[in-house]
Design a protein around this ligand. Structure first.
Ligand SMILES: [Zn+2]
Length: 144
């Protein structure tokens, strides 16, 4: 659970970690994709919205999002700390707006966008894998 104390120096350390890559859910998605035979690139910051995982062959961009930080419509995503309410509201709203822009820009650039949420990680992974398989059922084991 993330530390939700008022803003301090420690806070900015936490904030940096929030945007850090290679989170546990993300590693889980990568491992599942790999096992399913899909090959991918990571953290393409040159692409709109800097997706966490990119399947170039399928032109699919994947984000693995924590529910709290990315304001998922679920129990955890809707919860807000009562202390520093405005700070958190602003912070999370701006993350949400940035996410939306990223998705829209990626879509406009011809990418299929896919968000896997932390609270339904396994279901999200299954859905993603099924979707990729249906895109090109004869491919998957090899990717450039
Ligand atoms: Zn959620």
């Amino acid at each position: 659970m993330t530390d939700l104390n008022p803003p301090t120096q420690q806070r900015s350390e936490n904030m940096r970690r929030v945007r850090s890559k290679n989170t546990k859910p993300e590693l889980r998605v990568r491992s599942a994709l790999h096992k399913a035979g899909f090959r991918f690139r990571l953290h393409r910051r040159d692409l709109p919205g800097s997706p966490d995982i990119v399947l170039t062959r399928y032109r699919v961009a994947v984000w693995v999002n924590g529910c709290f930080w990315h304001a998922h419509d679920c129990r955890r995503g809707r919860s807000r700390p009562s202390a520093n309410a405005q700070f958190w509201k602003d912070k999370i709203e701006s993350t949400k707006a940035r996410d939306l822009r990223g998705l829209q820009n990626a879509t406009a650039a011809g990418w299929t966008t896919w968000v896997v949420w932390e609270c339904c990680l396994e279901a999200g992974i299954q859905e993603l894998v099924a979707n990729l398989r249906s895109e090109q059922p004869n491919l998957g084991a090899v990717d450039s």
